[in-house]
Design a protein around this ligand. Structure first.
Ligand code: MG
Length: 162
């Protein structure tokens, strides 16, 4: 049996914040604002996994009102979602993602981001797709005032039946 999930996230870009995408530090004069480390890609993937399991969303499991998650590394959220999938007898088949960011260009970072996510989820890198595009100068992404990520994840029942 398969289950599919979709996730997206958006964060404001502000000076004086780090820009972390997929657990990788990006050189940029603007960073993502947020309660945790504001890793928009890991948040979208976490939501996609939780969505596939019909287990709510990242805010359900990690409320931003809880000071425990202030400046938290977002890999904690992703690993928790991955654990929940395993507990329910599912493993991730593959995931696909798109990051929308006006600048800097993310191409030099893409393989490091994919490797990091593959390691966090114990997947082959060929099962982790990360694409990047700009906002073509329009809307919040195009104005360089926000970063957005979208992700789709496919789960299947593990071979041992979970
Ligand atoms: Mg977020």
């Amino acid at each position: 049996m398969f289950r599919i999930g979709v996730g997206n996230d958006i964060h404001r870009l502000e000076a004086g914040r780090p820009l972390i995408i997929g657990g990788v530090s990006i050189e940029s004069n603007l960073g993502a604002d947020g309660h945790s480390d504001a890793d928009v890609l890991l948040h979208a993937i976490t939501d996609a996994i939780l969505g596939a399991l019909a287990l709510g969303d990242i805010g359900t499991h990690f409320p931003p009102s809880d000071p425990k998650w202030r400046d938290a590394e977002s890999k904690v959220f992703l690993e928790k979602a991955s654990d929940l999938a395993k507990q329910q007898g599912y493993s991730i088949v593959n995931l696909d993602s798109t990051i929308a960011l006006e600048r800097p260009k993310l191409r030099p970072y893409i393989d490091e981001i994919r490797t990091n996510i593959a390691n966090l989820l114990e997947l082959d890198i060929n099962c982790v797709s990360v694409k990047a595009k700009t906002g073509e100068g329009v809307d919040a992404v195009g104005n360089n005032s926000a970063i957005r990520a979208d992700s789709v994840v496919l789960l299947s029942v593990t071979a041992n039946g979970g």
